[in-house]
Ligand binder design. Structure first.
Ligand SMILES: NC(=O)c1ccc[n+]([C@@H]2O[C@H](COP(=O)([O-])OP(=O)(O)OC[C@H]3O[C@@H](n4cnc5c(N)ncnc54)[C@H](O)[C@@H]3O)[C@@H](O)[C@H]2O)c1
Length: 328
């Protein structure tokens, strides 16, 4: 059944973060929504929140009762939960912390929405491609769920909760298995900011040494989608997707990390040579993550519009505009 999010009251949890801020901009500018952003600003920033959205500091690991009251007070109809501890290596050191935010607190969000007077019309819970194991090519939703980190396990848990939550008591949620995103306001530490920063430091030093050596970990393959495209397509997914189901969200295209560094070098005008830094190599890396969007494309008409090169150029531009810093 189709739903329309236009002109509705929407809550974006994690809306001060990277992808969440693209989503809030889209909901305000293109869908005329009244948007409530809940965020604890652990990685996100208040200045990323669209001025027409209402911002309330809130930590989803806290009181479920308070969250339910906020949803009731703002007469929320739709919820997008983008809040998470998204940096995978944190889960090697602090698995409980990661699971608590990504799975347990996300279940609290679903529960608060369920308990809200009148309920909500739909919830989009962000899952991740990191729930899958290694494959050679594109991965569909039928592939085995085989996380390689507690981050992946936490996303697999909430992804399953979305599926059983609909079966058990009709909590109207969809799980979206997001592949990697790229774009303005990308929070650090991630691979793209890391490469841009390494090359940026070289540019600042005015070094003439050529080619410049970029030090990276695994030369794995990742599917990169422009964050603005991912946000726009996520809204359409919540309007047209089936509750209790899971959907991949990616670009279906991608690149190996060492080639990505070459692309970024070219865009920044620096000749680059990539060398492996053993300290950065992740022990249980998934070597190839590439979305098969067949199910998504049967459901929504939206498609990625911004190619990787343009998305990278926009990311580099936002880094330079910010005084060659990632304080986001
Ligand atoms: N960036 C990617 O490439 C990518 C890929 C796959 C999945 N995801 C998922 O997409 C979502 C958004 O990721 P992102 O890259 O924009 O990360 P981000 O860190 O920029 O955004 C997360 C936001 O959630 C907020 N937050 C964190 N913990 C919170 C809590 N306990 N209560 C309230 N707010 C909290 C942060 O302050 C931040 O604003 C996450 O669920 C992430 O796991 C991201």
């Amino acid at each position: 059944m189709e739903r329309s999010i236009r002109d509705t009251n929407v809550c974006v949890i994690g809306g001060a973060g990277f992808i969440g801020s693209h989503l809030v901009n889209y909901l305000v500018n293109e869908r005329n929504c009244r948007v409530l952003v809940l965020d604890n600003l652990i990685t996100g920033q208040k200045r990323f929140v669209h001025p027409k959205a209402e911002f309330v500091w809130f930590d989803i690991t806290g009181s479920e009762e308070q969250l339910r009251k906020l949803l009731e007070f703002h007469e929320i109809e739709y919820i997008f939960n983008y809040a998470a501890e998204p940096y995978i290596p944190v889960s090697f050191e602090r698995p409980l912390h990661v699971f608590n935010i990504n799975a347990f607190a996300a279940l609290k969000v679903m529960n608060a929405a369920h308990e809200k007077k009148g309920g909500v019309k739909g919830i989009l819970q962000v899952s991740s491609a990191e729930i899958y194991g290694n494959t050679d090519g594109k991965i569909s939703e039928e592939a085995k769920v085989e996380p390689h980190s507690t981050y992946g396990a936490s996303k697999a848990a909430i992804d399953s909760i979305v599926q059983v939550g609909w079966k058990e008591r009709k909590t109207p949620a969809i799980a979206m298995r997001q592949f990697n995103c790229v774009g303005e306001r990308e929070t650090h530490p991630y691979i793209i900011p890391e490469i841009i920063e390494q090359i940026g430091r070289y540019e600042e030093q005015g070094s003439q040494e050529k080619p410049f050596v970029v030090k990276l970990g695994n030369n794995s393959f990742r599917d990169f989608q422009y964050a603005g495209d991912a946000a726009r397509m996520a809204v359409e997914l919540l309007e047209k997707g089936n509750f209790g189901e899971v959907y991949n969200m990616g670009s279906e295209e991608g690149v190996q990390m060492y080639d990505l560094a070459q692309m970024i070098g070219k865009l920044m005008g620096v000749a680059v040579e990539v060398k492996e830094d053993p300290e950065r190599v992740r022990p249980w890396e998934i070597w190839h993550l590439q979305s098969d969007n067949t199910k998504l494309y049967k459901t929504i008409s939206g498609r990625p519009e911004v190619p990787l090169e343009e998305a990278l150029a926009r990311t580099i531009h936002s880094y330079k505009e910010n005084g060659n810093k990632w304080d986001f």
